[in-house]
Design a protein around this ligand. Sequence first.
Ligand code: SAH
Length: 351
Amino acid sequence: MSRKEQFNRLFPNTPAFRWKQIEQAFFVSSISGWDGVTSLSKEMREKLKDLPWMSVSANTVMVSKKKDTHKALLNLADGQIVESVLMENVRGEWTICVSSQVGCAMRCGFCATGKMGLKRSLTSDEIIDQYRFWQTYLDGRTIEGTDAKRISNVVFMGMGEPLANYEGVKETLNVWLAHTDLGKTRITVSTVGVLPRLEQILTDKAWPHVRLAISLHSAVAETRKQIVPTSYDDFLPKLADWARRYLAALGNRRHHLTFEYVMLKGVNDTIEQAQALAAFVRSIGDVRCNLIPYNLTDCEFERSEDNQISRFLAVLGQAGVTAMKRKTMGDDIAAACGQLIVLTAAADKTV
Ligand code: SAH
């Protein structure tokens, strides 16, 4: 049961603004427990002590050599562990990379999390609190080489498939948008492309239109199916049809779509694949491509050569497609994309 449901059970006839006050207090860094929520009566605060103030706690935090990437293993109430990452970004502020599930059911061939299978979805409290965890972490220490304390961006690129936890993610987005200074363009939900849920986003009035990134990985059906096993024969035309409707309904200067593309040597990084991607993107419209150098995991794929990535980028550029190569961060602590798998034994405890 979520904190909000537990609260409503404890105080059945309380007006809704009370819970909003509590939620607001969750994001005030000087308040560290129920006693600090002074807008509530003392009696109420006493009763609330049965509810967890925080639903995640640090098991271990690892810090990269450059101190620009921090990976936390977070304990959950039922003994599961999930990973969450803090990265310094180009603004000189912080981006957090949150998990939406423990493990993942999608089993993409190049992703370490997929190897764990799905344990369970996170509750919205557990996703919401990853932001609170990192904010408290930043407030409480000095990190070498930076004075930055602000979390300016959030990406759902940790463990799990966010759209397979649609309600939990939606609730989280609405809470963060209401109580933090994050705007909709500062949050990105990255998805393998669960089409029924993408359709739902188009009509769901309560879904806040944050940025979406689709993990495409190939615009050739056969290749996509080989590396993303949940893909199916007519996935690409269906995605293109959805994307055109999404952009028609929401596209503007602030709203484009992003396709993510993990560069796998000899698999999806050829010139033909680049041409297929360019043609696919051009059939849709305002889509940016984000090429991700493959981060090593325990599987048969290899990272594309840098000059092959440059050639691939050049083909996209010539076709008028906006594309960039993503910077790899935190690979020395296995915190980079697709490296999130809970292996506590290997953790080098620093905090
Ligand atoms: N389930 C979501 C989030 C996955 S993680 C999704 O599919 O989008 C975020 C991105 O990292 C995805 O594009 C994912 O495909 C990519 N990724 C996974 N494993 C990777 C690896 N080993 N190297 C580089 N990127 C990887």
